[in-house]
Design a protein around this ligand. Sequence first.
Ligand code: PMP
Length: 295
Amino acid sequence: MYYNDNTLIYLDGEFVKANEASTDLYSQTLHYGYGVFEGIRAYATEDGTQVFKSHEHYERLKRSAELIQIPFDYDVQALVDATDELLRKNKLTDAYVRPLVFCDPNMTLARPNNVSIMICAWEWGAYLGDKQLRLTVSSYCRPHPRSIKIEAKVCGHYVNSILATNEAKDKGYDEALLLDSDGFLAEGPGANLFFEKDGVLFTPQLGNILPGITRATVLELAEELEMEVQQGLFKPNELFEADSAFYCGTAAEVIGIASVDETVFPKTWKDSLGRKLQDAYSKRVRETSNVLSKN
Ligand code: PMP
């Protein structure tokens, strides 16, 4: 359960009870998926709770809204502060935070005049678990970048993710791997892909994927650890010949991939570059650079 009788959410500038808040069933977002959202994690650190890369997530929320022309008149710092306050009020430490910008009632396909923002948070363990994943290449491809704004985190885009995840699970796999519409490796339904070959890391370039904030953090960490990374367009056979691979995302964090369809990666996870990055990531998110003020 995501909330109980005492849970508060942030809604348009106020903190209200989750079980008393409501929305209009005629919302354009509910009918057409025309809304934008974020997924953020907060971590308990030695000095208190820290929302990891809160500014970056709210900047991406703003950019997502702008890309699909949803009015966004919110101040990023105010949303960062509201998130800190929300966690304090709900006494949450390790938590997942979900902001959502949704539109007013509107049954037309015209752009809305008014939108609302809600932020909720709940305790959430590792999204894809902590075992290495068995993936299957999805029969669904990522939406073509000329069909939608692929860099935006838009509600409706997640139908593609849900279809791919369900298909993978129905076939007995843990998760899907999606290609882009030209057959290049793209990403998971909710995570970005990296793979390792002969000591070098490879990851699909931006353009046909969501520009993941965890992906950016992994690139920073790889640089600090002096690992070579190549970004580009890669075909599935390059992944099948890799030594190891991993997914990364806010909810999934860094998680090893054991196999893709029939291909089992030869390197054990503990010896992989992914494992080093996984350790570095879990340290980085708990570094106390940005701890919420205690009260
Ligand atoms: N790709 C997709 C399709 C996603 O939904 C996500 C999760 N937001 C990611 C990649 C990873 O992005 P981030 O690291 O910003 O969570």
